[in-house]
Design a protein around this ligand. Structure first.
Ligand code: PLP
Length: 402
């Protein structure tokens, strides 16, 4: 059985990478190893520092066979040397910050990111002595102007949650490297099927596995991927010690979801295009933003950087709060709920003023740019893999009050 699936296509990798039949039982599907502890060699050194990448299993916080299988599958799809899995996307983001940033260091972060990452940059990191500059990552001059000799990390999200603005990964990686900083990309929305940031020059890529990679809305998880030496250092010095590691049960569920990621992403994209086109023509809709539509402000970049436009879109209406109540009540197929990337379609209203007040807290010029994308507020829509006709019909009946 092959361990290295480098020469295979993405669908074969998604199914076979990291897995092989159990040598003892012949079981074809991966085992779920829930054991927290493993028989140890009495001569072994009881220290994380002595941990080698191929060390035997010792204690599940240090490493677990099922979690390790998921990490290998992630590496195969992302084209990464190494991966470390976490209990959530936020645990992966926290580990990245703890690993790379020290008091006196400077972080350049996308001014619109996943809300909890923005809140960490606003509330937690400054207290640790870390300087923060928030920039609109679609503006390369602004990125260049934000960099200083103290900049250690540039942190981007593309497409960003929730407004779907894009970052040119290759260009921002070159800027970051020019001052000796590294670039980390949150690629949760794009997935490895759409974009592989490491091949475009990023140093780290991270995912909330809770979203497309797990794909079924039933397991939280996160992962960080990159070069082997940095990732193994991060595992030893941060992941194992801060302890936000992934449960083997969730690893097993996410691995099963991940086997169908290439098929699901094709269906998400196909459905999202149909729904986006339907919404763009609908009388009640003021604006639709989807990276796969020519009307996206960065459509040329989307075409260049995304092999799959994914299933996330936003739309705006005249009276968002009233429409939110109407949709929550009338939608039959869509669930009015947060989260995204599930097989099931989800939709949620986000008022721009609330995002600004609770999470982003941007200076006026950047707030104006947020408003240019989001208006008064957006419906963030995660298009599932149901029948596109049913999704359009559900939206049609729910948007039109009788
Ligand atoms: C959901 C999400 C996260 C956080 O992931 P959790 O698994 O909920 O901790 C981070 N980044 C993006 C883009 C997300 O959508």
């Amino acid at each position: 059985m092959q361990d290295n699936f480098e020469e295979y296509g993405v669908r074969t990798k998604a199914i076979h990478a990291g897995e092989r039949p159990d040598p003892t039982t012949g079981a074809s599907a991966p085992n779920l190893v829930m054991s927290t502890t493993f028989l140890a060699d009495p001569e072994a050194n009881f220290s994380v520092e002595g941990l080698e990448a191929d060390a035997p299993y010792f204690y599940t916080r240090w490493g677990n066979p099922t979690v390790h299988q998921l990490e290998q599958k992630l590496c195969a799809l992302e084209g990464a040397e190494a991966a470390v899995a976490f209990g959530s996307g936020m645990a992966a983001i926290s580990a990245l910050f703890f690993h790379l940033l020290r008091s006196g260091d400077h972080l350049v972060i996308s001014d619109v990111t996943y809300a909890a990452a923005a809140e960490m940059a606003n509330d937690l990191l400054p207290g640790l002595g870390i300087q923060i500059t928030k920039v609109d990552m679609s503006d390369l001059d602004a990125v260049a102007a934000a960099l200083t000799p103290q900049t250690k990390l540039v942190y981007a999200e593309t497409p960003c949650n929730p407004i779907l603005r894009l970052t040119d990964i290759h260009a921002v990686a070159e800027l970051a490297h020019s001052v000796g900083a590294v670039l980390a990309v949150d690629s949760t929305f794009a997935t490895p099927i759409g974009t592989r940031p490491l091949t475009l020059g990023a140093d780290f890529v991270l995912h909330s596995l809770t979203k497309y990679i797990g794909g079924h809305g039933d397991a939280l998880g996160g992962a960080l991927l990159g070069g082997a030496s940095e990732i193994e250092k991060m595992r030893q010095k941060v992941a194992i010690r801060t302890g936000g590691i992934l449960s083997p049960f969730n690893a097993w569920l996410i691995m099963r979801g991940m086997a169908t990621l290439p098929l699901r992403m094709r269906a998400h994209e196909e459905n999202a295009l149909q729904v986006a086109n339907f919404l763009e023509k609908h009388a009640k809709i003021k604006r639709v933003i989807y990276p796969g539509l020519p009307s996206h402000p960065q459509f040329a970049l989307a075409q260049r950087q995304m092999k799959n436009f994914s299933g996330m879109l936003t739309f705006q209406v005249a009276d968002g709060p009233a429409m939110a109540r109407q949709l929550a009540e009338r939608l039959k197929v869509f669930h009015y709920a947060v989260s995204l990337g599930h097989h099931r379609s989800l939709l949620f209203y986000m008022p721009t003023a609330d995002l600004q007040a609770s999470s982003f807290r941007l200076p006026p010029k950047q707030f104006a740019s947020l408003q240019a994308y989001a208006g008064e507020g957006i419906f963030r829509v995660s298009i599932g893999i149901e029948d596109a006709e049913d999704l359009c019909a559900d939206l049609a009946q729910a948007l039109t009050a009788d």
